[in-house]
Design a protein around this ligand. Structure first.
Ligand SMILES: [Zn+2]
Ligand SMILES: [Zn+2]
Ligand SMILES: [Zn+2]
Length: 758
């Protein structure tokens, strides 16, 4: 990896042990030759791995002995020539304690300097314009070193040796505060001071961060937060909070030791944690949500801003509703002028957009939800050579992946590909990755769904008048379509280095099945090269198709009509429809018109949430299941009947009809929603265990967005482990569709390998 300070670390260690020789970054790794007394060499060999810099990740190391050459000194040799494509670009890292100590020291030359960084910390991926990772190829190119910074940069024993973004108040970037017309109203420290004051007054601030703009507002000020929501056209989706320090975070959330470590890590993600009952947080921040997403400042800039504000701030992506995050001052001014009252900007360009990462913390477990700043573009190493493969991911929560060597480089979160701007961002990331690693893929992989924007993009490559000119080389490359839930299974296996066969429990909202229906509650037995659909949820219809996603009550009515007949109209969901709507929906379902067939587990959650009158309509995907999970009684262990049934000639299906009937009876009998929701979750875990029991597979992989549901994941895992199965859950990539691109690569690599064998 470049930019982790490995060579200076080796230099320091060799010097300390009085060894001579050299260190060099070369092609696929770091080479060191050291000579000296044997016991010092042994000590070196041990410590070079054990004490490696925080941000270094050693994938493999080996040691050979040779004759001494008589070196007089130890030196850092410069690698000649071009950085090879296997070089790993480092992710951005939060400002380290040593740097923050300088920022807080009035006698230090970097006192209150927002862009302080060193070899251990600071921006990387967001400033890299090309490889090798060297200052002229970063967005710091326009800032010439002052003498002091250059001295640090050139001294192997300085902690800023070869820190490419090294800067100070004399030579580095600076901040300015702008009004909504783009007029500078304050500079440097005064700008940060006034920004803090504006936030305390309830104003909305657009602040240029590491990978793009944040929109910030006082998290305790309800009218200010509500105003931000109104202006941003964001109805109910939770907003993240930036707390100034751990104490501020602890005042609003229950912060476990694991969560505290995660918050303070170089990755510095948003951690989703249980909110405290007495948290002084405006209701509009995360309505109906028992969790809050909280992060700590990830740069000196943010530390200073949070200190100036003196309180936790909402810090949400600086964009219009679901568009990509703004990265340039001009774009932010154009796009956010109607939203933000003031702009805190600076003159260091951002090379590419990178959102904040999100990690779910559940007791002792952490699970990635969104992989971006701090993680992207770090690869998942599959431990074997792969063909060069480009995978373009799914449609929602899109990421792309590029396999080079044994690494699968995963892009930052790109998001839902619903808008032209999002699709532009998607295309730019593909171009960016192919440029950065200087490769042309052997195979292009996309989802089986013909209507996904990512699939359509690949299709357009064949048409000369529609493809971007830079993508000409991709026009004739072979393509492979991968089934969505198979990709989920393959992603989970790949990140654990498991070949399988395994039973993939792929549960999510939606994915195109190989029979043309919408899948989402699947049991796939297989490996990366293929699978058999051994079971699923019992299929049902979605009246109105996409409309049912926005209106869980439609799904609820469909489920209830199937389970209890006409009495469905008397349920909480049924009574929300007037007589003519009921007739229409019943006829849609009976005739199968505009009512596609699905086995979606996500929609089953939706439907049950509506039957329990938790939510009849939603403003974002996953809202109803999230609220259903939130109300569940943590102690309740009862279940409803959820049998695995086999009709003639069909695959076995988990029949939810008795489950729906029983939970409605429970409700009618006065059982609380908390208990009914808990029993519903327990039933699903039991149903999964029932299927697993029927299948000859040692290993079970739990993947798909439904496994962000902590209750479902925990209880399913407990049952399966009790039954002696090995259970794989996601640790490196999100269980949701952000992990699809990794699975696509794994499937494609297996496909190419089996073709070669033949
Ligand atoms: Zn540092
Ligand atoms: Zn300087
Ligand atoms: Zn999915």
């Amino acid at each position: 990896m470049q930019g982790v300070g490995f060579r200076p670390f080796v230099y320091g260690l060799a010097t300390e042990l009085a060894l001579t020789g050299w260190v060099r970054n070369d092609g696929d790794g770091v080479y060191v030759e050291v000579e000296g007394p044997k016991r010092h060499l042994s000590s070196f060999a041990e410590r070079v791995v054990r004490d490696a810099p925080t941000r270094a990740r050693i994938q493999h190391s080996s040691l050979t002995w040779s004759e001494a050459e008589g070196f007089e000194t130890f030196e850092i040799r410069h690698s000649d020539g071009h950085a090879p494509p296997t070089v790993v670009v480092l992710a951005d890292g939060a400002t380290c304690d040593a740097c923050m100590a300088e920022v807080r020291d009035p006698n230090d030359r970097r006192y209150r300097y927002p862009f302080t960084n060193c070899t251990d910390c600071g921006p990387r991926f967001t400033i890299v314009k090309g490889l090798p990772y060297d200052r002229p190829l970063t967005t710091m190119a326009g800032f010439a070193f002052c003498d002091d910074c250059r001295r640090e940069y050139e001294d192997p024993l300085d902690r800023r040796f070869h820190a490419q973004p090294n800067a100070c108040p004399v030579c580095g970037p600076h901040v300015e505060l702008w009004d909504a017309e783009g007029n500078a109203v304050a500079k440097r420290n005064e700008a940060i001071h006034q920004a803090g004051q504006a936030l305390r007054e309830g104003k909305i601030l657009a602040a240029k961060g590491i990978g793009g703009f944040h929109l910030m507002v006082d998290a305790a000020n309800e009218s200010a937060v509500a105003r931000l929501r109104r202006r941003k056209l964001r109805e109910e989706k939770p907003l993240a909070i930036m707390a100034g320090d751990l104490d501020q975070a602890r005042a609003i959330c229950t912060v476990s030791d694991d969560a505290a470590a995660l918050l303070a890590s170089p990755e510095s993600p948003i951690a989703l944690m249980r909110r405290r009952d007495d948290a002084d947080v405006a209701p509009s921040v995360a309505p109906g949500n028992p969790r809050l997403g909280v992060m700590l400042p990830s740069s000196a800039f943010h530390h200073l801003l949070l200190e100036a504000a003196g309180r936790p701030l909402v810090a949400t992506s600086g964009n219009r509703s679901d568009e990509p995050i703004c990265t340039s001052n001009e774009q932010a001014l154009a796009d956010l002028a109607d939203i933000a009252d003031v702009f805190l900007v600076h003159d260091r360009p951002i090379a590419r957009h990178v959102d904040d990462s999100v990690v779910l913390v559940d007791d002792s477990e952490t699970r990635p939800v969104r992989r971006a700043r701090g993680y992207a573009p770090l690869p998942v190493n599959l431990g074997r050579e792969l063909p060069t493969i480009l995978a373009v991911g799914g449609h929602l929560k899109n990421t792309i992946a590029l396999a080079v060597g044994s690494n699968v480089f995963l892009s930052q979160h790109i998001g839902d590909l619903d808008t032209p701007r999002a699709r532009d961002a998607f295309e730019n990331v593909i171009r960016d990755f192919l440029d950065m690693y200087e490769v042309t893929p052997e195979l292009l992989v996309h989802d089986l769904h013909p209507d996904y924007a990512s699939t359509a993009w690949v299709e357009r490559l064949s048409r000369a008048d529609e493809r971007p000119t830079w993508a000409e080389a991709l026009a004739d490359i072979p393509r492979l379509a991968v089934q969505h839930h198979h990709a989920h299974l393959a992603a989970c296996l790949a990140e654990h280095g498991v070949d399988g066969p395994a039973l993939g429990v792929s549960w999510d909202g939606t994915g195109y099945g190989d029979d043309g229906t919408i899948w989402g509650g699947e049991f796939l037995l297989g490996v990366a090269s293929g699978y058999a659909r051994v079971a699923s949820l019992r299929p049902f219809r979605l009246p109105g198709g996409e409309a049912a996603v926005k209106e869980p009550r439609r799904t609820a009515l469909a489920l209830a009509l199937d389970a209890i007949g006409e009495r469905a109209f008397d349920t909480a969901a049924g009574t929300t429809f007037n007589a003519s709507e009921r007739t229409l929906i019943a006829s849609m379902l009976a005739k199968g018109v505009n009512a596609p067939v699905t086995t979606s587990a996500g929609r089953l959650f939706d439907g049950v949430a509506a039957l329990l009158d938790i939510r009849q309509t939603v403003s974002f995907e996953g809202q109803a299941p999230m609220e259903l999970e939130a109300v569940a009684d943590p102690e309740e262990r009862g279940t409803y009947p959820f049998p695995l049934v086999t009709d003639e000639g069909e695959r076995p299906v988990l029949d939810w009809r008795p489950l729906v009937e029983a939970l409605l009876e429970d409700r009618t009998g006065g059982t609380s929603i908390a208990v009914v929701s808990a029993r519903f979750h327990e039933s699903l875990a039991e149903g999964i265990a029932r299927v697993v029991d029927q299948v000859e597979a040692e290993t079970v992989a739990l993947s798909g967005g439904c496994f962000l549901n902590a209750r479902l994941l925990r209880r399913t895992r407990e049952r399966l482990e009790a039954a002696g199965r090995r259970v794989l859950v996601h640790r490196e990539v999100p269980p949701g569709d952000g992990g699809i691109s990794l699975g696509q690569v794994a499937v494609a690599a297996a496909h190419l390998a089996s073709r070669e064998e033949r």
